[in-house]
Ligand binder design. Structure first.
Ligand SMILES: *[C@@H]1O[C@H](CO)[C@@H](O)[C@H](O)[C@H]1NC(C)=O
Ligand SMILES: *[C@@H]1O[C@H](CO)[C@@H](O)[C@H](O)[C@H]1NC(C)=O
Ligand SMILES: *[C@@H]1O[C@H](CO)[C@@H](O)[C@H](O)[C@H]1NC(C)=O
Length: 360
């Protein structure tokens, strides 16, 4: 018999033992982390024999763990829930399938369609007749946040949801999605000035008279972009905007010494082609903001040229910082030696001080 102390030690070892077993005994979950999906989309829960043994004539059993385990999917020699076998939990009826063509490679993965938040949890995949340890998979189903203002009015299109799908130094692919709108809205992308942007053909799907619309566009400059959904018939308009900060090299400040005497130097900071307009300031190496003249700002076609001058009287490293919409800071530095000539200068880029971009 175990003494109480031995028992507790043995209990502590159990999870470890389980972990070791499931890592070594020939089943694999393809991945270690949880499977994460958005509510209403499909989730594939992976489970395969590393031996790749054909399991068409075998038995495997998927359960969802809980106070009472739920029967998710059972396969036995070509019969399965919905086809020859019964006992599936109501929660999963009609939503779970295996991959028949994959069985011969030892692949017992399943797909759960149209997931709900209540599907979240831990699932086990077991081969009772084989010398295989169970596979444990965690599924996380993220709730979709529904726009509350539209919730009470059936059909009115909810606020579009926008996403940056891909971003490079000179462009970003933006996606706008409007789900469950009726009547059918028109959806368009606009820049901050309200100009309609060229976009790809919208993808439209309809179920029961309500429409899901996805619209992609590629943008080439930093700006605040709006996705606007309009339902003419009911005079309803809703929009979501997103700030896209592209690394326009032109909006990085450049610094020069305009004039230098034995007691001081006149410094110039120039930010050319900033879009949107930047706030520009001079700082010393301790971060103190220096007195400066009024910035000179000129605009051309939505982008701004800004110059800012300051006079310094001490040897130090000075930094000109350009801040775009509080979202990122770009700076350039210059080392100024009073009673001598400048020794070195450096430019740099600080990103994501507040966040690289904001999704509203
Ligand atoms: C098992 O099949 C699923 C569905 O086709 C697939 O996603 C998964 O990658 C397969 N697993 C292996 C190990 O081949
Ligand atoms: C799933 O199992 C893991 C590891 O045992 C545990 O940390 C996690 O809390 C479980 N998740 C749920 C939803 O029960
Ligand atoms: C992102 O864009 C680049 C350049 O156009 C492309 O090479 C890459 O495949 C894209 N990535 C994704 C995930 O679409």
């Amino acid at each position: 018999m175990f003494s109480p102390q031995q028992t507790s030690t043995a209990m502590e070892l159990l999870p470890l033992l389980y972990l070791l077993l499931s890592c070594s005994a020939g089943t694999s979950a393809d991945q270690n982390g949880p499977v994460i999906v958005k509510e209403e989309s499909d989730a594939i829960l992976p489970c395969s024999l590393s031996t790749k043994k054909d399991i068409e004539s075998e038995l495997f059993d998927w359960k969802k763990k809980g106070q009472k385990n739920k029967d998710v999917f059972l396969y036995n020699d070509k019969a399965f829930y919905g086809q020859g076998l019964s006992g599936q939990d109501e929660q999963f009826k009609g939503r779970v399938s295996h991959f028949p063509d994959e069985l011969k490679y030892g692949n017992a993965s399943i797909i759960i369609r149209n997931t709900k938040a209540s599907d979240s949890g831990n699932y086990t995949c077991v081969f009772p007749d084989l010398q295989q340890s169970p596979v444990l998979i965690e599924l996380v189903v993220d709730r979709i946040l529904k726009d509350r203002s539209a919730e009470n009015i059936p059909g009115v299109s909810p606020k579009p949801s926008v996403k940056i799908l891909n971003q490079t130094n000179d462009g970003a692919l933006l996606q706008c999605e409007v789900l469950g709108a009726s009547p059918k809205p028109t959806v368009e992308w606009q820049d901050s000035a309200g100009n309609k942007l060229p976009a790809e053909e919208p993808q439209v799907s309809e179920r029961g008279g309500s429409y899901d619309i996805t619209l992609l566009t590629t943008v080439k400059k930093a700006d605040r972009f709006h996705c606007v959904a309009t339902q003419e018939e009911i005079k309803h308009r809703t929009e979501t905007d997103t700030y896209v900060p592209l690394n326009g090299a032109a909006s990085k400040p450049s610094v020069t010494i305009l004039d230098q005497t034995n007691d001081g130097a006149l410094l110039l900071c120039e930010v050319l082609g900033a879009s949107p307009e930047s706030k520009v300031k001079w700082q010393d190496s301790a971060g103190n903001v220096l007195d400066a003249k009024e910035p000179q700002v000129s605009e051309r076609g939505g982008s701004y040229d800004i110059t800012l001058q300051t006079t310094v009287t001490e040897t130090d490293r000075y930094r000109c910082v350009a801040t775009q919409e509080g979202i990122r800071h770009l700076y350039a530095e210059i080392y100024v030696q009073i009673n001598g000539s400048p020794k070195e200068s450096a430019t740099g880029l600080v990103v994501a001080v507040v966040g690289t971009f904001s999704l509203l």
